[in-house]
Design a protein around this ligand. Structure first.
Ligand SMILES: *Cc1c(COP(=O)(O)O)cnc(C)c1O
Length: 378
């Protein structure tokens, strides 16, 4: 089938075909039982995900942005409190801070790993700082051990944005291993279809090992009620759809295999592209596994847009994640404090290019991409 041969950024249909029977059966069960809201599959998935990630509590919700919003709501922050967030990320990480009347304080990221480091965070902390949102961008963990030490020293909450790194594992200096999203006080993830654990619509989840926080998160996601029709706090209505939970139950079983396939595809790209003059292939942090939500090159000397066009001319898709750093977004003008120069965020926004990377990618398809890039730089 020609459609399945086409090179895409992600191949959700190809992935579906391999697990079609499990997914179809799961969806059919939901429809047959017609328990569409909070059906048993939702609880089952939360429990499966808690087991998978080694986390005590998983609270499912409507999407990854809601997860971040609910996490910040549960921490009891007050308007004017500051929350530190990287300037180079998807907007949702910072948007929820502004939405709640808190002040996003933007920090630069490390040029090599795209992630925040303690050195960035140290420059941003003020007496008003209450929390920090490390984003595990493109599929690898921030260096969490020093970040947790930094947070403890300054009495800050750590809310991990794990939307792009579910399945990644971070190793502490004593050898302890933890899944990203379960290291901070709260972790958040998204099941947007193209994420590494994607459903067939919207979905999200919140992780915590703290019992009191878990109760608060659960209550806020459910209209602020612990007991039906008794509303203790102002909350919101954010639920994981039962049909999506059925899809996720089927896909969670394959998550490690999906992470591995992405990692192998990335390794293939890197082995063939690392010596090409004019690009920098992704750096891996030794403390973290990399689950390659994106395979992102840095294209030097202002050639990024020309390379993107060259690839497009050969029918090869590529994407710019993200073309504008947050400090340059109109929405954040006047509501944010920039703690330091955000040079790397700006430099990256003008040089990054993400190549197709997904679980169904073939070596032939990768060769097409590799040869086209080599051809451009020859
Ligand atoms: C996808 C994503 C989100 C938001 O998830 P949604 O489910 O789309 O709301 C938040 N942060 C990051 C880094 C993301 O990539």
């Amino acid at each position: 089938m020609i459609m399945d041969m086409k090179l895409q950024m992600v191949d959700l249909h190809g992935q579906y075909l391999k697990i079609k029977e499990e997914v179809d059966a799961g969806i059919r069960q939901v429809i047959e039982a017609s328990a569409f809201i909070n059906g048993p599959q939702v609880k089952e998935f939360a429990s499966n995900l808690a087991t998978y990630s080694g986390c005590k509590h998983v609270i499912t919700c409507g999407n990854g942005t809601d997860a971040l919003q609910i996490a910040l709501m549960a921490l009891g922050l007050k308007p004017g409190d500051e929350v530190i967030v990287p300037a180079f990320t998807y907007v949702a990480s910072a948007e929820v801070i502004g939405l709640l009347g808190l002040t996003p304080v933007m920090v630069d990221v490390d040029y090599a790993t795209f992630n925040v480091t303690v050195a960035n965070l140290e420059k941003a902390v003020s007496p008003k700082t209450k929390a920090v949102i490390p984003v595990h961008l493109f599929g690898q963990s921030c260096d969490m051990e020093p970040i947790m030490q930094f947070a403890e020293k300054h009495h800050l909450y750590v809310v991990e944005d794990n939307a792009q790194a579910i399945g990644a594992v971070y190793t502490f200096s004593d050898g302890t291993k933890k899944h990203t999203g379960t290291i901070g006080h709260v972790g958040c993830t998204s099941f947007f279809p193209s994420k590494n654990l994607g459903c067939y619509g919207d979905g999200g989840a919140i992780f915590t090992n703290d019992d009191a926080l878990a109760e608060q998160l659960r209550m806020i996601a459910n209209h602020g009620q612990r007991i039906k029709y008794h509303h203790a706090v102002i909350g919101c209505n954010s639920r994981l759809d039962t049909v999506q939970a059925a899809v996720l139950n089927a896909k969670l079983e394959h998550l490690d295999e999906y992470c591995h396939a992405r990692y192998e595809a990335a390794r293939y790209y890197t082995s063939h592209l690392k010596d090409v003059q004019g690009i920098i292939t992704p750096d891996e942090l030794p403390q973290s596994t990399h689950v390659y939500h994106q395979y992102t090159l840095k294209v030097l000397n202002g050639k990024r847009d020309a390379l993107k066009q060259h690839l497009a001319d050969s029918g090869i898709p590529s994407m710019i994640y993200y073309p504008l750093p947050l400090q340059q977004q109109e929405a954040f003008q006047g509501i944010t404090r920039a703690a330091e120069s955000l040079d790397n965020a700006e430099k990256l926004a003008y040089s990054v290019l993400s190549l197709p990377v997904h679980t169904e990618l073939t070596a032939e398809q990768q060769d097409l991409v590799i040869n086209s890039i080599k051809d451009f730089f020859k």
